[in-house]
Design a protein around this ligand. Sequence first.
Ligand code: GTR
Length: 445
Amino acid sequence: MHSFANLDSLTYSVMIKHSSILILLYFFSMFPSELPAQPDFVPNYDEGQVPNYTLPDPLVFKNGVEVKGELEWQQRRAEILQFFSSQVYGVTPSPPLNTKSKVLSTDNDALSGKATRKEIRLFLTNKKTRPYIDILLFTPNQATRPVPAFLGLNFYGNHTVHTAPNITLSDQWMRANEDFGIVNHRATESSRGVRASRWPIEMIIDRGYALATVYCGDIDPDKNDFQDGVHPLFYQSGQSMPESNEWGTIGAWAWGLSRAADHLQQEEAINDNQIAVIGHSRLGKAALWAGAQDARFALVISNNSGCGGAALSKRAYGETVGRINHSFPHWFCNNFEQYNKNEAGLPVDQHQLLALIAPRPLYVASAEEDQWADPRGEFLSAVHATPVYKLLGKEGLPVSEMPEIDQPVMGTIGYHIRHGGHDINAYDWQQYLDFADKHFGSSAP
Ligand code: GTR
């Protein structure tokens, strides 16, 4: 740090003259992506300031006709899905034909002999180069029949979910995080196991479940370009960016989850009718979108997914559509920008995304201190998806009042708000395991 006494007089006078600019520049350098471009955004955390809004009814067609039975729901469902596809997440292309897989490693004696750990690489083209998707899979050794599985993306590489030294260290671009041993956007040895608290693998295995995870950046690194993930595989000649209605990064992540499911269906240790998709935060948005599009996901879990995930956009509480599109311009399709500061103009809301998952079991979880993700908005979304579950003969969410902290409720839709902040931890997983037991039957050996 310079002291003023060491500066020559010219520098000193320039500094005095421009002191306000310097202070501002210093201030902006502390919050590089936050302040300069959107200085006017102040999140609302006051229930009293939530705008009046009317939620579109999932059981009424765009033309005003009411949905009365299952058949009509299928048509209405297609209408809603079409809107989310072309206006929110962007249209997903169909899978490439040449997916091939290769087992990179197998350890039959993982977790002190409790599990088998495998790494499987899914090649998406005929080449051996990226993009490819590495699946890290743990299956319980004690199982006597195929077991249900949880599948979820991770933020910083498969090697971050467990401390084992022989899990392949990702060499793909990562978000900066020196605390996690990510240096120059690449993982280092010191990042092994840094996210283990989010993946209580032993508990999952002890309960008789398999766990599969994929680094989201294998599918598309989390940055605002569309060059080094899967998007270029689908470009028309001359194209270098998705069109306004084509998939963004969340769309790609959801697609990648489906490709991982393609593989899990081939694994003999796994019951392919019992694959649950799970995700935290931005990856929770991806899990919901994957669950909405791909009915092979027999159970869907959204952990603190917030804006563009489970939370109702029209409440504009915490993170808003304008804010998320500003901070993460690559997550959604460009058409979604029409609703920046215009949530009232949205002909859908996120409860309809949840309704697309009906009648399959769905769990939405919030955290008390995670107001940015709007816990009440996440809860209300589950409430307003419930009529669709009911139409299909399922219970949906069993309550209409928000439960107390750490008091989970579990119908066909489950919900909890736990104490603490934005995270996924062992408490959350315990609820998901209980919820999966409830719907799949216990798998405990
Ligand atoms: C925040 C973002 C949220 C959420 C979160 C996360 O910065 O505003 O929508 O996705 O990141 O993924 O941890």
